[in-house]
Design a protein around this ligand. Structure first.
Ligand code: DC
Length: 221
């Protein structure tokens, strides 16, 4: 069977990673969580007291950063498992901040393309269909209302044992939407050839089924 690559883009907390993970498991694909990579850069800077607003300092930090994503969806930063630590609100906003820097994007996009070379991969992020893999076989633009996204993230945080406040999460999502859509380099936007999937009123299973149908169609093409 032909090997394919799938790009899932969309705003924060739209459920992209949950869907990507479930589809990857069903199809035996490699899942590449590109947001986790931006989060790792932000986490490294925060931990090392590097001012996230200081572009030059962040750029310098990159040469000390090695990120590894494992098959069981763990995130390693310089061989330290940071999977949980990169999920706080502080790191979410920090990731959105460092992701506007060209040097950070060049470094991570390069890594992501290398990771995707094997084929049968599913990547989720903001610029996968537009920049990282412009020739991806299937591009999905996954959206959901702010209310739905905030509620989902709230429950997710609680489940992870993280502090959760619905109003704070909603504000944080709105702020990140704005930042991610308005930055100068590779802003979040739907690729012309992406299929939009509004999951506001869909269950997880319905979304997965829809994506699997799209994958089968892609294979037939
Ligand atoms: O998907 P996420 O919430 O884990 O992403 C965290 C931040 O990283 C997001 O606000 C913007 C940035 N990001 C990006 O600019 N490009 C990507 N491909 C993935 C994430």
């Amino acid at each position: 069977m032909k090997k394919i690559s799938i790009a899932i883009d969309g705003p924060s907390a739209a459920g992209k990673s949950t869907i990507a993970k479930m589809v990857a498991k069903k199809e035996n694909f490699i899942y590449i969580d590109t947001g986790a990579m931006y989060r790792s850069v932000a986490f490294y800077c925060i931990k090392n007291h590097i001012d996230l607003n200081d572009e030059q300092a962040v750029e310098q930090a990159i040469s000390n950063i090695q990120i590894r994503l494992t098959a069981d969806n763990k995130v390693y930063l310089n061989d330290e498992d940071v999977s949980l630590q990169i999920r706080t609100d502080e790191v979410s906003l920090g990731a959105s901040c460092v992701s506007k820097y060209q040097a950070v994007r060049t470094f991570l996009v390069d890594e992501q393309r290398k990771m995707a070379e094997t084929g049968n991969v599913i990547l989720d992020g903001r610029d996968i269909g537009t920049v990282v893999l412009p020739h991806a076989d299937l591009k999905i633009y996954q959206i959901a209302s702010v209310e739905t996204r905030a509620k989902r993230r709230y429950l997710e945080n609680k489940e992870r044992g993280l502090e959760a406040d619905l109003e704070t999460i909603k504000k944080e999502i709105e702020q990140r939407d704005y930042q991610d859509m308005h930055r100068a380099i590779s802003p979040l936007k739907k690729a012309d050839d992406a299929i939009e999937l509004d999951t506001s009123n869909m269950t997880l299973e319905e979304v997965v089924d829809q994506v699997l149908t799209l994958i089968n169609k892609t294979r037939e093409e």
